[in-house]
Each structure stands twice: as structure tokens, then as C-alpha cells.
Write a protein that binds this ligand. Sequence first.
Ligand SMILES: Nc1nc2c(ncn2[C@@H]2O[C@H](COP(=O)(O)OP(=O)(O)O)[C@@H](O)[C@H]2O)c(=O)[nH]1
Ligand SMILES: [Mg+2]
Length: 444
Amino acid sequence: MFNSLSERLDKIFRNLKGVGYLTEDNIKASMREIRMALLEADVNFKIVKNFITEVEKRATGAEVLKSLTPGQQVVKIVHEQLINLMDTEGFEFKVYNNRLTKVMMVGLQGSGKTTACAKLAALYRKKGIKPMMVACDVYRPAAIDQLKILGKQIDIPVVFTESKDVIQIANVALAQADKEFTNLLIFDTAGRLHIDETMMDEVARLKAHIRPDYIFFVADAMTGQDAVNVAREFYAKLSFDAVILTKLDGDARGGAALSIKAVTERPIAFVGIGEKISDLEIFYPERMASRILGMGDVLSLIEKAEEAMDIEAEAKLAKRMLKNQFNLNDFLKQLQSIKKMGPLDSIIRMIPGLGSKLPADLKIDDKALKHVEAIIQSMTDKERERPEIINGSRRMRISKGCGRSVMEINRLLRQFEDMKKMMKKMSTPQGMKQMEKLMGGMKE
Ligand SMILES: Nc1nc2c(ncn2[C@@H]2O[C@H](COP(=O)(O)OP(=O)(O)O)[C@@H](O)[C@H]2O)c(=O)[nH]1
Ligand SMILES: [Mg+2]
């Protein structure tokens, strides 16, 4: 899900993160691209407009421009605004095991209501709740059969009658729920291909009769903006409590997920992510936003980096790098701030795009870092400042001091030389360009 939106945003942010400073121009350009990406993902245009205005306002704020990682700060702002857009504002589906909670599923035909009934029942049974389902889609015999089959499959009782009157069916169900000490009674209702008055009236009548604790509007994410428009009409008639957004596993472009809350003022409560009974998840805006941005745990990474780094020292260091004055003392300091961020494997896992590709049992040994640290610490100040003076006898002495082999010391010095050469290249304008190309090309 959200694949193309994620990819587009990822590309935009990749460029942004590469630049060390932001200007009004490159912010404007990025905003333009984010706007396009959202519109292409079928997000409502009014929502896109507000979204961009808000992000731009925050991105051009002083705290961002002056920060250590301005490009990443913009990513962070977009992330936060996405969360705001989908905010559930404390909505919680509460079910108790000592009383009855009544739920109604409403929505168009094919949106996934019947499936959602069974998924919800199964999810809450796992939490020790006793559910029962009610077949109120009386127009299609197949619909009743479908619910009966699902009920049998997950061993949850289904109430159905010969009657075509939903009020009568509801009465039977309420009586049976009472007798069996049911905690969660889920009413499946009829949907049409399009909204029609008769259907709406019937659902409204059922609502007035059973007084449900929750009405869930079930929306098919694949239908994009249509889902949002339908939601608006259902909301006007039934003022449902929350949305169950289904089929997010398909190639839904995501527009519905991002627009429903803003248009209906009702949050998404659950998302359907597959055809299996277990494919229903409680909706968390924060997780959804991270998924859309495909960013692993980049936020905690930024936070950790900021905690560990001394901003002034970093600026000084950057200057030294540009002037090609970077020495082993600087290198040691860098190593130490990386170490402050935590164990290497957890840091690497947080790198967007990389984390999910690493095997779960991968362990990265922090020992190599410690050895390098030990080697540098066995050098004199002069040696650290001018590594080129480290001749054979000095290498022997350092080796004895830190307990690492001369070979390891040779390797470290060679790597350090290579690194310096690369920095020198990178600090030229052509070098910067090459770097950018390299970063952009890594994706494909
Ligand atoms: N891939 C996928 N299919 C779903 C999901 N939810 C429902 N479906 C499928 O969508 C179709 C219509 O679902 P149904 O529950 O009968 O819709 P209803 O007419 O609203 O009751 C069925 O084939 C379901 O298996 C979902 O989250 N993901
Ligand atoms: Mg159905």
C-alpha cells in the first residue's frame, strides 16, 4: 500500500536530506513536489493545500533553518503533519466483558462490511470478549450465507431469521445476546452499489431501534476520493463514530486514508490489510505516517544524533574537514559520538530503507570500534595530528600499547588516508555534485 506515494516522497526527501542548508528556493521546490505526490495519491485537493501551507510555514521557521539537519527536519515536519491529518483524537473502541456493546457496520456493497464483522469479532474474542454477529443484509440470500460461513469458520454465533424486517431480526438478536451473556453484538447491514434513500432509511431505522454504541463506516481504500465522498453522505445521515478502512493491502494510493478524517471529522479506527480473518489492525496514525514516508525509525535516529552531538563542535569539525585539516583526534571524537548513540546494530536498523532489509538476527560487533579507539588512544598527540610521521618503530610502540597487531594499525592508517582523500574530493563543488548523483542513484 502507498507504494507510489512513499516512493515519490522518498525521492524528494533524499534530495532534501543531502543538502546541508535550506533556502527558500529549495523549500519551495520541495513543497511543489510534495503537493504533486499527494495529489497523485488522490488526496483531496483542499487538504493538500492546507497541508502544504502548514508544512511550508514550519519549514521556513528559524528553528529549522538553523538546525543541524535542516533537510531531515523538514521530513520530521511532514511526518508530524501527516499524523495530525489522521489524528484519532483519543477515539477508542471500548468493549467490556461485563456488559453488552452494540456495533453497526455500514457502507456500500463490496466495501468489506461482512468481512469486517468477522474480523472484529475474532480480534476481540482473542481479548476475552464474547461476540455474536447479526445478519441484517436481508436482500441477498448470499450475504446471509456469507456471514454464516464466516461465523462457522471462526466459531462465533450468527443470528439470522426468515424475516426480511431488520427490526425483527434485531429483536431476536438482542434477546439471544442477553440470554448468552454476549459482550459484543455486531450488526452486518445491507449496502448498495450507490447510496440510495431506501437503504439509508433502513439503516437509520435500525440505528434508532438498537441504539448502537458504535457505528463503523466501512470504506474501501481502493476507491480513493469516492470513498471520501460516500463517507460524507453517510456521515450526514448516520453520523457514524469511526471508519474501518479496508483493502489497504492492495495498491491503494492512500488518498482515502489521508482525507477521510479531514472531511468527515471522524477518525479511522481500524484498517483491513488482507482477506484473512486476522487481517484487521487497530489504526495508529503515527505508524501509518511512518509507513507512508517509508522511513524506518528516522525520527528516533535524528533525536539520538542530536542528543549525542555537540552542535558547535560539529560546525568546527565541518570547517576542518573542508580545509582538509581533519586528523585522528577528530576521527576519535567522531567515533565517540557514534558510540554515544547506542549499539551499532540498533543504529543501523534505524536507517530508512536499510532496517527492513537486514536479517533479524544480524549482530554487528562493536568491538571493531573499540579496537580503533584503543589504537588511536595509544598514539601521542603529535601522531594523531600528523599521522604521516608514524613510521615503523612508532607502529611497533603503538601496537604494544594497545594490544592490537601492527597489521591492524597499518590498516587503520590506510583507511584514514583514503577517508581524507575522499573528503578532499567531496569538498570541491564537483565533488558535491558527484555525491548528490551517487545518493540519488542509490535508490534505483
Ligand atoms: N484484500 C482485501 N480484501 C478485502 C478486505 N476486506 C474485504 N475484502 C474483500 O472484499 C470483498 C467484499 O467484502 P464483503 O465483506 O463481502 O463486503 P460487503 O459487501 O461490504 O459486506 C470480499 O471479497 C472480501 O474478501 C481487505 O482488507 N483486503
Ligand atoms: Mg456484506
